[in-house]
Design a protein around this ligand. Structure first.
Ligand SMILES: [Zn+2]
Ligand SMILES: [Zn+2]
Length: 712
């Protein structure tokens, strides 16, 4: 039995856990990644498994970070059932279609630029049609009902109290006469959340996977939140302005409607006109109303008494763009709830443009505002913002109410965990690094059970009560030098066998190296220039003799510049080597312009001081440096081995000079740079050791190769 964490590991998005048991492969969630660009790139690449070999998907809830790659899974060959609660099925049919539209629109926008630059056109991850097709594979589950989905494999969905339809998944697997129980918390809700039920308490788990979004934090109390909301509404109405609330279409919008209704019923705010101006929010609210059976007691009572928060004479759902635009001519007295929640897209931007300059208006931020979004700039007190290319003065009041979260905070998570009578092993996921590790520590102390924070792609062998990381198992004898900084990776085909990260990417700001950190490949740049030359020859664009340049180690970048005089070699390598090898994260940067996700190289001077290599390389002259990731190198070897980059015979000749025993090995060095990457085509294995220092790289590469050989 093996459990692998393919997303939401030391991060909050891309939830996807793969359970291999009795020859079957079951996925729990298949979510879209967001956040740093390098993480988002995982949405585009191949899945780290074969989609047609997956037997079933268990989907916890409709949020895109859990469901967003299901259409891609189906598009790439998955034909099995997707089990989810009825509400989740209905919500997914609108959420996934919407996500498909967004993918199409994003690619269309990027392609307009690419056409002008003469670059190859991108295709969307999936389309709205792909999303509609995926819906045929959804199977409706009822809360609390145990279902045998395969012989020896039973599941039960329990209410997670997070958003409507969200589920905790219980899974019983029988193997060799012994039953192991898995519990996947999915996203867990708060105890007193409006509309939805509290999370169900579970009492037994051999293996528990629990979320930790707010694993180290506490939410504002609900009464304070309501008080603040009433204050904001009343002061805005007294000033005669509009109240604009950017809100997520699913969950947050309905929570706000509920809270406003309660305040009105209690006479704490007037009966004002509320406009829901987001087609997705309107559709989501419709789905909510169709499933009123699963609301909590309070909300069901409100509806029975004719006080539905969603359907009232003063609650309006705009449909057309014209209706939405008509709101712009009203200068006061309205509450407008519109998406997106961070004000960086959607109709809310129009409303902000027409209201931000009015002193009487208020913008109320009720959700997390990520760095770089319009919502965050407003929250940070910007005096002026640019919307649709127009500068708008900020005169409106900007207010923030925190605690409108659909996630349990540390207290609520612990309360849920304390109800367990038996837990064999805990995995903490779905949180930023600090939250996961911080919460893991709290669980260890409070519950005295074994806790692990899995790394992205890490897989664990589960045998009865004991759980061993497959990575530790095979590579536990690795001797890592203290001074080593960088990333180690071993992959067999698409599957990662080991990935471990050490040291700092940037010492001054104490930024850790991460699996997606970009590393300078130093002199290995030459290898990529050579790949580009070989590809141009194969296309008949250059004569074969070009690769027979004189001298022991010719400067292939120079050869490339001479052979293709009218284009910069940087562009040629990007187009002819990096792109066809699927190395989407790799790029050339000047050292004074490296992105924040790139590691700074550290070198030791003759006097024994550690210095940043930017000075050392400046001394050599200004040349753009090539940066890559371990993930990209895995893809490079896959495309080379499969003959997708160049014909196999050409690849063999080309790589012959890099052959060391049974392995192709490429080395790159420079001040503060040492990388080694290689592959054995027969074994389908690839290796990478990328370092932003100068210590231990050769020895680690050798160790990885030796340890991998042991299990052949
Ligand atoms: Zn969620
Ligand atoms: Zn989530």
């Amino acid at each position: 039995m093996q459990l692998q964490f393919l997303g939401a590991a030391e991060t909050t998005s891309g939830a996807c856990y793969l359970l291999r048991v009795g020859g079957r492969q079951i996925l729990v969630d298949c979510g879209l990644f967001h956040g740093p660009e390098e993480l988002k790139q995982r949405n585009y690449g191949d899945f780290p498994f074969e989609p047609r070999e997956i037997d079933a998907v268990l989907l916890t809830h409709a949020h895109i970070d859990h469901s967003g790659l299901l259409p891609k899974l189906v598009k790439h060959g998955f034909t099995g059932p997707i089990y989810a609660t009825a509400v989740t099925c209905d919500l997914c049919s609108i959420m996934l279609a919407d996500s498909g539209f967004i993918q199409e629109a994003e690619v269309e926008r990027k392609n307009r630029k690419r056409i002008r630059r003469g670059q190859e056109l991108l295709t969307p991850i999936y389309t709205a049609q792909d999303a509609a097709d995926a819906m045929n594979q959804f199977r409706r589950m009822v809360y609390d009902e145990e279902v045998e989905i395969f012989p020896d494999l039973r599941v039960r969905f329990r209410d997670a109290g997070h958003i409507l339809g969200a589920a905790i998944v219980e899974l019983w697997v029988t193997e060799g006469g012994k039953t192991t129980k898995f519990v996947f918390s999915g996203d867990l809700g708060n105890l007193d959340q409006p509309i939805i039920q509290d999370p169900t308490f579970i009492t037994e788990a051999d293996v528990l996977v629990v979320e930790a979004t707010y694993g180290t934090r506490a939410h504002e109390n609900r009464d304070d939140r309501m008080e603040r909301l009433a204050e904001v509404v009343n002061s805005t109405m007294e000033r005669g302005g509009n109240l604009l609330i950017p809100a997520f279409a699913l969950g947050r919008t309905q929570d706000l409607l509920y809270s406003l209704r309660v305040l009105q019923d209690e006479g704490r705010i007037p009966n004002l006109n509320i406009y829901i101006d987001s087609p997705l929010a309107t559709k989501a609210t419709e789905v909510f109303q169709q499933h009123a059976r699963v609301f909590d007691y309070e909300t069901r009572t409100m509806i029975k008494d004719g006080r539905s928060p969603f359907a009232a004479p003063h609650v309006h759902y705009t449909e057309t763009v014209e209706e939405s635009m008509r709101l712009n001519s009203v200068s006061g007295g309205l509450v407008i709830i519109s998406a997106s929640g961070m004000a960086d897209a959607g109709r809310i931007k129009h409303h902000l443009k027409h209201n931000l300059w009015r002193k009487q208006a208020t913008v109320l931020l009720v959700g997390y505002q990520a760095q770089g979004t319009l919502g965050r700039r407003l929250q940070d007190g910007a005096k002026e913002v640019r919307i649709h290319g127009e500068l708008v003065k900020v005169e409106a009041q900007i207010e923030t109410i925190s605690g409108f979260s659909a996630h349990a905070d540390q207290g609520a998570l612990l309360q849920w965990l304390r109800r367990f009578r038996h837990i064999g092993q805990v995995f903490v996921t779905h949180g930023e690094k600090e939250s996961c590790h911080g919460f893991a520590e709290v669980i260890r102390e409070e519950l005295k059970v074994p806790v692990v924070v899995p790394k992205l792609d890490e897989s664990f062998v589960i045998q009865g009560g004991s759980t061993i990381s497959a990575w530790d198992n095979q590579y536990q004898d690795l001797a890592i030098p203290d001074a080593f900084a960088g990333v180690l990776q071993v992959a067999k085909g698409a599957e990662i066998e080991l990935r471990a990260v050490y040291g700092l990417a940037q010492r001054r700001f104490r930024i850790d190296n991460h699996f997606y950190t970009l590393f300078n490949v130093g002199t290995a740049r030459q290898f990529f220039a050579k790949l580009a030359l070989a590809r141009l020859i194969a296309q008949g664009k250059l004569a074969k003799g070009v690769l027979l340049a004189p001298g022991p180690s010719p400067d292939w970048e120079e050869v490339l510049s001479e052979s293709v005089p009218d284009t910069s070699y940087v562009d040629v390598v990007t187009r002819e080597a990096l792109a066809p090898a699927g190395m989407v994260q790799s790029a050339y940067y000047y050292l004074d312009q490296i992105p924040s996700t790139a590691a700074t190289g550290y070198t030791t001077t003759k006097q024994g001081h550690d210095v940043e290599n930017v000075y050392a390389i400046l001394a050599e002259g200004l040349k753009p440096q090539l940066f890559t990731t371990a993930h990209d190198l895995k893809r490079l070897w896959q495309t080379l081995a499969k003959g997708e980059f160049l014909a196999e015979s050409v690849v063999k000749t080309l790589l012959s000079q890099y052959l060391e025993e049974s392995l192709y090995v490429v080395e790159g060095t420079g001040p503060g740079i040492h990388v080694l990457f290689g592959a054995s085509f027969e074994e389908e294995r690839s290796f990478a050791v990328l370092s932003n220092g100068e210590v231990g790289v050769r020895s680690l590469f050798q160790q990885l190769f030796d340890l991998a050989s042991k299990v052949r």
